[in-house]
Design a binder for this molecule. Structure first.
Ligand code: BEZ
Length: 211
């Protein structure tokens, strides 16, 4: 069964490169990114994991824990990590789940047999402190992910969880945002003291409220 937006992220206990992880407990009151890659010792995956390691301070700044997964054994994760560190000029600084029996991959529907036989595709799940799935992405093996985009979506998810706003196409932190249509015009001065621009009755923008 697919894991959908708003679902409670399936909980699990897993062996990782940083010891045993009980997923929900490990998230605690933070946000989390669980992402799968197809296979250790492969080129695109090597660049992806190096990129996540380099971006770790950006995830930390946003109160987000990051955890990777593939169906490879822990011994391979450990050996491959040395290659990632050497070739990507970084230190892998987040846990990697070993899921050789594919239990977690199946719970999250990360194996798409018509795309890639018996290996996880490039799935991403952003999970909130309430353990609910806030965002999912699925990329094929041939396309490395843009982790700056994942940080951008986290900025949007965190902002829109705090204010009655949505973020427009290509929005980035600091840009104007959209006032939700559930907010009445007369509520705007109290809720958005910087004011709003009414382009259409259903399209009202306001400066980002927490800036
Ligand atoms: C890669 O990371 O380069 C890769 C992994 C699995 C299949 C194809 C490519």
């Amino acid at each position: 069964m697919a894991v959908r937006l708003g679902d409670i992220a399936p909980d699990f206990t897993a062996e990782t490169t940083e010891g045993q992880v009980k997923f929900h407990e490990w998230i605690g009151d933070k946000w989390a990114v669980l992402f799968s890659h197809p296979k250790d010792f492969t080129p695109v995956c090597t660049t992806e994991l190096g990129t996540v390691a380099r971006l770790k301070p950006e995830f930390d700044k946003r109160n987000v824990r990051v955890i990777g997964l593939s169906v490879d054994p822990l011994s391979d994760h450990r050996e491959w990590t040395k290659d990632i560190n050497e070739t990507q000029n970084t230190t892998v600084n987040f846990p990697l789940i070993a899921d050789p029996d594919r239990k977690i991959a199946q719970a999250y529907d990360m194996i798409h047999p018509n795309a890639l036989d018996n290996l996880t595709v490039r799935s991403v799940f952003v999970v909130g402190p309430d353990k609910k799935v806030k965002l999912t992405l699925t990329y094929p093996a041939s396309t490395g992910r843009n982790f700056d985009e994942i940080l951008r979506t986290i900025d949007s998810l965190q902002l829109t969880s705090r204010f009655q706003v949505a973020t427009p196409a290509n929005w980035k932190d600091g840009d104007d945002v959209i006032v939700l249509n559930s907010v009445k015009d007369e509520e705007i001065p109290a809720k958005f003291p910087k004011g709003a621009t009414k382009i259409k009755p259903y399209l009202r923008t306001t400066p980002q409220p927490d800036k």
